[in-house]
Design a protein around this ligand. Structure first.
Ligand code: PGA
Length: 250
């Protein structure tokens, strides 16, 4: 399985020119085939970039709406899965902790979005992770928190629909904090997630990414773990030289 490197640009950069320059620099990386690269710019830049996707780079959205009426619908401000599909967008990040914690997205909402994303043939990247107070209690507590999250987010989704699913394990406290999860813990948790998905949904070796304060100095530590199939990179993904170093680490 090729390592999957996802850049979550969040609400950056502020101009289209900067966004385009970032893609140009990444697309000039000579060894792109060594990894699967997915860039997730904000919606305002996403579709211009994805229509012109350079070879070796795929694009993802940071969100989608849960309704997807055939002829479009009256949902002010929202973007449908069909619009993404028609714009050469391949992936959608769902359940990111910033959406869960700042925007109040519930597991129920995430479940509706995952259902639409799968139904539309897009690839969902489901973010899961525990807060610090759960992490402090140790492995069992984290495992039970994550299985509840996965169970609610995937409720009612048919096993066959999960073939395209990617899970991103991102402990909330590690995101943007400069303090990543310990590599051994990340590996143990990724292994646990794979076993759980295999037992409950009969999907073998589901891709599990690690995310949370990944940068060019620690990327290699995670990439060398057998249970980690790639990275979800936030801050370091909008800095071209950092992101290129991460690609080199692959
Ligand atoms: P970070 O963000 O790499 O800036 O910690 C990761 C994420 O939010 O996906």
């Amino acid at each position: 399985m090729k390592k999957l490197i996802v850049g979550n640009w969040k609400m950056k950069p502020l101009t289209y020119d900067e966004a385009e320059r970032l893609v140009d620099k990444i697309s000039a990386f000579p060894n792109k085939d060594g990894a699967k690269i997915v860039l997730c710019p904000p919606f305002v830049w996403l579709t211009d970039l994805s229509h012109e996707a350079p070879s070796g780079i795929e694009f993802g959205a940071q969100d989608v709406f849960w309704e997807n009426p055939k002829k479009g619908g009256a949902f002010t401000g929202e973007i449908s899965a069909a619009m993404l599909k028609n714009s050469n967008v391949k992936y959608v990040i769902l359940g990111h902790s910033e959406r869960r914690n700042i925007l109040g997205e519930t597991d129920e909402i995430i479940n509706k979005k995952i259902t639409i994303v799968i139904h539309s043939g897009l690839n969902p990247i489901l973010c899961i992770g525990e807060p610090k107070n759960v992490s402090r209690k140790g492995f069992e507590a984290v495992a039970s928190f994550l299985t509840k999250q996965i169970g609610s987010d995937l409720m009612g989704v048919k096993n066959s629909g999960l073939r395209k699913l990617v899970i991103a394990y991102e402990p909330y406290w590690a995101i943007g904090s400069g303090v990543p999860q310990d590599t051994k813990d990340a590996s143990d948790i990724a292994e646990f997630i794979k076993k759980f998905i295999n037992q409950k949904y009969k999907i073998k070796n589901i891709p599990v990414l690690y995310g949370g304060s990944v940068n060019s100095s620690n990327a290699k530590d995670y990439l060398s773990l057998r249970n980690i199939n790639g990275l979800l990179v936030g801050g370091a993904s909008v800095d071209a030289s950092e992101f290129l170093k991460i690609l080199r680490a692959v």
